[in-house]
Design a protein. Structure first.
Length: 260
């Protein structure tokens, strides 16, 4: 068949690959549990009282690969696989690298090559998740905790920002692979009070509202391929609606009909 005859046209609709990272206790696991028929691959014991179906907590890297293999080869009705969490998965990956290299710590491998070796494991995980997405039609959600990192922006002074709690090489690999990388946090507003004598006091005010930040800003890492608003509620149904091409945040009010 000629190559030009294989050209594809139109949009490709495929299950999403999302990395949701955020501050402790904001509701990342709850977000994952709201997805369509989810199954959790646990790398930490953090689901608590959340009602969901899950594999036993993985105690070594091979447990994670076994779970992904079972989802690929065995019959089931799950539609979403949730890795909870990616940063604890990285601990298992480091332990696997150390075991194979005969060292106690990833730092014991000279010249930082331990982190390079770990990328082989990460690629194996991502290939397994791609197989579930492409051949079993499963949405993929990776959950991760947040860290504050120093970012050397070549256009400005160095500043702090939130990012996924992963080694920088693994973080870059995973973020590139994902369709969406979003930051889950609490909505915070500031109030400035004039205290006199040229002094001002800035106070942070939170309402408890939980949101997802979807676009990269100096304060956090993010990206999305859905043209999402900069901020949406931390609600899987809202995210899923955008993935279907809908806008659940648009006003439903219609103009009033004029009398004849």
């Amino acid at each position: 068949m000629k190559l030009l005859n294989q050209i594809q046209r139109g949009k490709t609709v495929a299950p999403r690959r999302a990395l949701v990272y955020g501050v402790h206790g904001v509701g990342k696991s709850t977000f994952g549990s709201m997805a369509e028929r989810p199954i959790f691959v646990q790398t930490e014991d953090g689901l608590g009282t959340i009602e969901c179906e899950k594999f036993p907590v993985a105690i070594q890297y091979t447990d994670v690969i076994a779970a992904l293999s079972a989802l690929y080869s065995e019959e089931h009705e799950y539609r979403t696989v949730v890795i909870d969490s990616a940063d604890w998965l990285e601990r298992l990956i480091f332990a696997d690298v150390c075991k194979k290299r005969g060292v106690e710590s990833i730092e014991d491998i000279p010249y930082g090559k331990g982190y390079v070796f770990a990328l082989t494991n990460w690629r194996e995980v991502l290939q397994g998740l791609d197989a579930l997405r492409n051949e079993r039609g499963m949405t993929v959600i990776l959950l991760a905790h947040a860290q504050i990192e120093r970012f050397a922006n070549p256009e400005t002074d160095t500043y702090d920002r939130y990012s996924p709690r992963l080694h920088k090489q693994a973080s870059a690999l995973v973020q590139e692979w994902c369709d969406e990388v979003v930051f889950a946090t609490y909505a915070i507003h500031t109030k400035t009070t004039d205290e006199g004598f040229g002094r001002k006091r800035v106070q942070g005010i939170g309402t408890g509202e939980r949101v997802i930040r979807t676009t990269e800003r100096p304060a956090h890492v993010a990206k999305n391929r859905l043209n999402l608003p900069d901020e949406i509620p931390l609600d899987y149904s809202v995210y899923a609606a955008f993935a279907r091409g809908e806008n659940p945040l648009a006003t439903a009010e219609q103009p009033a009909e004029q009398g004849v």
